[in-house]
Design a protein around this ligand. Structure first.
Ligand SMILES: NC(=O)c1ccc[n+]([C@@H]2O[C@H](COP(=O)([O-])OP(=O)(O)OC[C@H]3O[C@@H](n4cnc5c(N)ncnc54)[C@H](O)[C@@H]3O)[C@@H](O)[C@H]2O)c1
Length: 292
């Protein structure tokens, strides 16, 4: 990772820093001289990491706060705690997430003919709540923090990087909650990055294919390894780091698979035909919300 940006002394807020991609990213940031605020539901794991890092550094380079990203209050208080320690936040990584949790019982029409015998259940949309709502809260915090900060030495108020997924572009019959959440994150990034360009803010998404973390039990990765379809987590982390410092990249959904990365294009099918209406819609909302 030799030619990546200089981020010494910069401050990063990372959700999901206790494990997997977020943990490796946090450690890479530290190794490059940055300071970190760890935000994760796994409080004791984070506190242990922070103690080890600070002991090794001989000063405070990391702090942690228990955060459930579906709680705005948790996120805000973690930011305030981090600001006390480090003064500002240059990078927000909206990274915490979970895999697919079954949202509806299996479709078995023959078992449900007797009305009333099987009550209709409330769907379990926890995956969407964490992977979408939680990401939006994190982003909503980041953008308001950036608005309140002066430009840093790189010329930015701050950078937001969201961990989406390859499933932000494609769909899967078994993961409707995960796919809709990740597609929502990509759509959110495309919308906001355009509004915030020229404001000293960049917003991008990293969209990895499958990589071995704790998102599912470790034995479930074996089959992917056997087929040679895993993406190295280190390579994913490198893509996050490449967006930092003085890098100008904004509004990109960056796919990552094996050792390849690409900027995933947005859907332009029939866009030109619809564009006149889009312009009028944006004009209306922009004036209504005071954006221009
Ligand atoms: N592993 C993959 O194959 C893969 C591929 C593409 C995208 N992703 C995405 O990467 C991100 C990180 O996942 P990972 O693979 O490193 O998994 P992981 O399970 O190893 O790490 C996720 C971390 O998020 C934390 N977390 C979960 N729910 C939370 C909540 N409500 N509030 C705060 N923290 C919470 C967990 O405690 C954990 O530390 C997720 O957004 C995931 O969707 C993962």
């Amino acid at each position: 990772m030799a030619s990546l940006p200089d981020i010494k002394d910069d401050v990063a807020f990372i959700t999901g820093a206790a494990s997997g991609i977020g943990n490796m990213l946090m450690r890479e940031l530290i190794s490059r001289g940055a300071r970190v605020i760890l935000a994760d539901v796994q409080e004791s794991a984070c506190q242990q990491i922070v103690s080890e890092l600070n002991l090794k550094a001989g000063k405070t380079i990391a702090v942690a706060k228990k955060v459930d990203i579906t709680s705005w209050d948790d996120l805000l208080s973690a930011y305030e705690f981090g600001r006390e320690a480090f003064g500002r936040v240059d990078y927000f990584f909206a990274n915490a997430g979970v895999g697919e949790l079954q949202w509806l019982p299996k479709f078995e029409s023959d078992k449900f003919t007797d009305e009333g015998s099987t009550p209709i259940q409330k769907p379990n949309i926890q995956t969407a709540e964490i992977d979408y709502t939680g990401q939006l809260y994190t982003a909503g915090l980041a953008l308001q923090v950036f608005q309140r900060q002066p430009l840093n030495r790189h010329g930015f108020r701050g950078k937001l990087v969201l961990t989406a997924s390859i499933y932000g572009f494609y769909h899967s019959v078994t993961m409707p909650m995960y796919c809709s959440a990740k597609a929502g994150v990509v759509a959110f990034m495309r919308s906001t990055s355009e509004l915030y360009k020229d404001k000293g803010v960049t917003i991008n998404c990293i969209c990895p294919n499958i990589t071995p973390t704790n998102i599912v039990p470790s034995d479930r990765f074996q089959v992917f390894e056997d087929h040679g379809v895993l993406t190295p987590t280190e390579f994913i982390v490198e893509q996050f780091i490449s967006l930092l410092g003085a890098n100008q990249t904004n509004g990109k959904a960056i796919g990552v698979y094996k050792n390849e990365t690409w900027e995933h294009p947005f859907d332009t099918h029939k866009r030109a035909e619809n564009y006149e209406a889009f312009k009028l819609i944006d004009d209306g909302y922009g004036r209504l919300f005071g954006y221009w």
